[in-house]
Design a protein around this ligand. Structure first.
Ligand code: PNS
Length: 158
């Protein structure tokens, strides 16, 4: 069974993330969306909220598990017996850091591949941090995040 891990902060999940998750779910027998639990980084949504929102957003995908992890991604991927780490690339600017992480992860565990997928063109400018900034300043984030997330973000700022 081919298992792929889609890691990230998902604070919150965007339509860009969802696009990659949906496409990856067709390439692997099972996809594990792994939310990084990093207590040192301040976030808008708690780890439990992010997991819950991902579960609601991805409820139409059958071969999916939503989970959280702490520590090294490569260790988590090994424990889960997954074959690959799946990452979305939006622009050339993502490439350098992603390549560095992929090389480091391959050094730590050569058996696990990092697979890169190009984000769809209409999602290439979306990031969780920009979504939060635009929403905080009363801008329109419709179509950039799943509807459930849109409601949750506006609730926070109201
Ligand atoms: O959504 P993000 O914040 O861009 O996701 C980054 C993430 C979680 C994939 C990355 O920070 C990560 O893998 N963190 C876990 C710690 C780790 O394994 N660090 C070494 C990377 S080579």
């Amino acid at each position: 069974m081919r298992i792929g891990v889609c890691p990230g902060s998902f604070d919150p999940v965007t339509n860009g993330h969802l696009d990659i998750i949906e496409r990856a779910s067709k390439m692997f027998d099972k996809i594990i969306v792994a939310v990084l639990n990093n207590p040192n980084k301040s976030s808008m949504f708690t780890i439990e909220e992010r997991v819950e929102l991902l579960k609601r957003t991805c409820s139409h995908i059958d071969n999916i598990e939503i989970d959280s992890f702490t520590g090294l991604l490569i260790e988590y991927t090994k424990i889960k017996k997954a074959n690959a780490i799946i990452k979305g690339l939006r622009a050339v600017s993502d490439f350098e850091y992603e390549m560095q992480m992929a090389s480091m992860n391959r050094k730590l565990e050569p058996q696990i591949e990092t697979v890169f997928m190009m984000t769809s063109n209409n999602h290439s400018f979306i990031s969780s941090s920009l979504i939060k900034e635009v929403a905080r300043l009363n801008g329109n984030i419709k179509g950039l995040v799943p509807e459930i997330i849109e409601e949750e973000i506006y609730k926070r700022f109201r």
